[in-house]
Design a protein around this ligand. Structure first.
Ligand code: NAD
Length: 469
């Protein structure tokens, strides 16, 4: 099929590249001429593992190209995907649909022959109706259908997620686009993909309900982590203990500094606003938004408390700026609030992130270090905000030796308490006691199906709760 992908961001590029890989011809459009220039020089403007190779082989194979010219892409397309951003609108938090509606207007002008227009962007319920109205207004004679097809990929594992999804949701009540969209997605896999067909409005709402549910799950485990700290329990054992229940599931139970990223914050907020417009309140989602917002700054205060309440003029090192590993995305990352709250408390903040280097608008008045050991040199405290593998592999003794102080605040629970303490750290994890358990005891949090026969039992490792997003 001939496809046009409007928007070359995380979603548009990955979606376009994967469809091209399945043999379709994809023309990717973006208003950002610089981005299109980079792509035409074979430079991928975002970091997503494996994406460069997929893009390259499809460009070389003539199945993928990039342009700023909407007309060129849309006129010959069977299906046009709208994959532009839908950020929070300044002021009220509702999804800003200006980019979607602009794209719809430009698509309308370029339509020739029957075309399926798909909203892949995350859009509030009813947006498809408005896209249809705009196109109809611009081109009353045009032959088209508007379909909702929200995207569930996660940055960092976007390609695997896209070609191997838990489900594909397609929202339309017409048979023609249903058939075409079904065929398009089935071409991604020889074994067939689980496709869930529904009406357009339900499809739009599924995306927000899914993200809000996951955000709520993360926020729940974070609150339980706080309770663990108060009552002397261990959040990782709680997460294992509840995650082994299939009704709950082990994913999104890694306690941390609060969810961030390009989706959960804006999507929870937009869902709350959608409910307000419908003259009702989604109180669980509202509470999730509030609790998570407060938590991010509270993490800054946790660091200050670990430094005996005073970080004035002290060097504090923040490891990790992205909202999760394996992406260069810092949108709404908890590190933004944590850095600001440390600066508000008078700290001099040095940062290190494997992919975010040099000046960045979200991180002002910080020093960017070239590597983690340089970042930690002379620091009073080190705070781990993102669970990059590079940080898990750090030589803790070397980190401690280059520091001036001895505080290690591990907001992702990536280090072993015993090891950290052996290196000389005052170790502050999330939701569990800092002091390691007696070395002569069996570690807790292990499971066995063997009856205990009075001798050493073969312990099986439990599955590990997965972090958010
Ligand atoms: P992004 O900001 O990375 O990319 C959007 C791109 O659209 C930008 O390059 C921008 O220049 C371009 N654009 C804007 N208006 C345009 C127009 N009229 N014509 C052509 N290009 C235009 O956004 P993203 O992260 O890829 O997200 C896109 C949508 O997908 C959002 O609605 C988001 O909520 C949703 N989504 C994102 C993710 C994710 O992990 N990033 C996952 C699932 C769904």
């Amino acid at each position: 099929m001939k496809l046009a992908m409007i928007g070359c961001g995380y979603v548009g590029l990955v979606t376009g590249a994967c469809f091209a890989d399945a043999g379709h011809t994809v023309t990717c459009v973006d208003v950002d001429a610089e981005k299109i220039g980079s792509l035409n020089r074979n430079e991928i403007p975002i970091y997503e593992p494996g994406l460069d190779a997929v893009v390259e082989r499809n460009v070389v194979g003539g199945r993928m190209k990039f342009t700023t010219r909407m007309q060129e892409a849309v006129k010959s397309a069977d299906i046009v995907f709208i994959a532009v951003g839908t950020p929070s609108r300044r002021g009220d938090g509702f999804a800003d649909l200006a980019y979607v509606y602009d794209a719809a207007r430009q698509i309308a002008r370029a339509l020739t022959g029957y075309t399926i227009v798909v909203t892949k962007s995350t859009v509030p319920v009813g947006t498809g109706d408005e896209v249809e109205r705009i196109i109809r207004e611009e081109r009353p004679e045009a032959e088209f259908d508007v379909v909702s097809n929200p995207e569930f990929l996660r940055e960092g594992s976007a390609i695997v997620d896209f070609v191997n999804p838990d489900r594909v949701v397609i929202g339309t009540s017409s048979g023609r686009p249903q058939k075409a969209m079904g065929e398009l997605y089935q071409s991604l896999s020889a074994n067939g993909l689980p496709i869930f067909f529904t009406d357009r409005r339900s499809s739009e709402l599924i995306k927000y309900a899914a993200n809000s549910f996951l955000a709520m799950k993360v926020t729940f485990i974070n609150e339980i982590a706080d309770l663990c700290e108060k009552v002397g329990a261990n959040i990782q054992d709680i997460a294992n203990g509840i995650g082994m229940d299939k009704r709950i599931g082990s994913q999104f139970l890694g306690a941390g500094p609060g969810y961030g990223g390009s989706c959960f914050p804006k999507d929870t907020l937009a869902l709350v606003k959608t409910a307000h417009d419908a003259e009702m309140s989604l109180r669980l989602v509202e509470a999730t938004v509030t609790v998570n917002g407060l938590r991010k700054r509270a993490m800054g205060r946790k660091v200050v408390a670990a430094c005996d309440g005073d970080v004035r003029h002290r060097k504090i090192t923040v490891l990790g700026l992205t909202f999760k590993p394996d992406t260069d995305d810092t949108r709404d990352s908890p590190s933004i609030d944590i850095v600001r709250s440390l600066q508000d408390a008078g700290a001099q903040v040095t940062v290190y992130d494997p992919l975010v280097r040099g000046a960045h608008e979200a991180f002002e008045n910080v020093v960017h270090a070239a590597d983690p050991y340089e970042a930690c040199a002379g620091a009073r405290a080190v705070v781990v905000v993102t669970e990059w593998k590079q940080f898990k592999d750090l030589d803790l003794q070397r980190v401690k030796d280059v520091m001036f102080g001895n505080v290690l605040v591990d907001l992702r629970n990536i280090f072993d308490a015993t090891e950290a303490q052996r290196a000389g750290f005052r170790y502050v994890p999330i939701g569990k006691p800092a002091d390691p358990r007696g070395a002569d005891m069996h570690p807790y949090g292990w499971v066995t199906s063997e009856p205990h026969k009075g001798k050493q039992t073969a312990y099986a490792k439990p599955f590990v709760p997965q972090p958010a997003e």
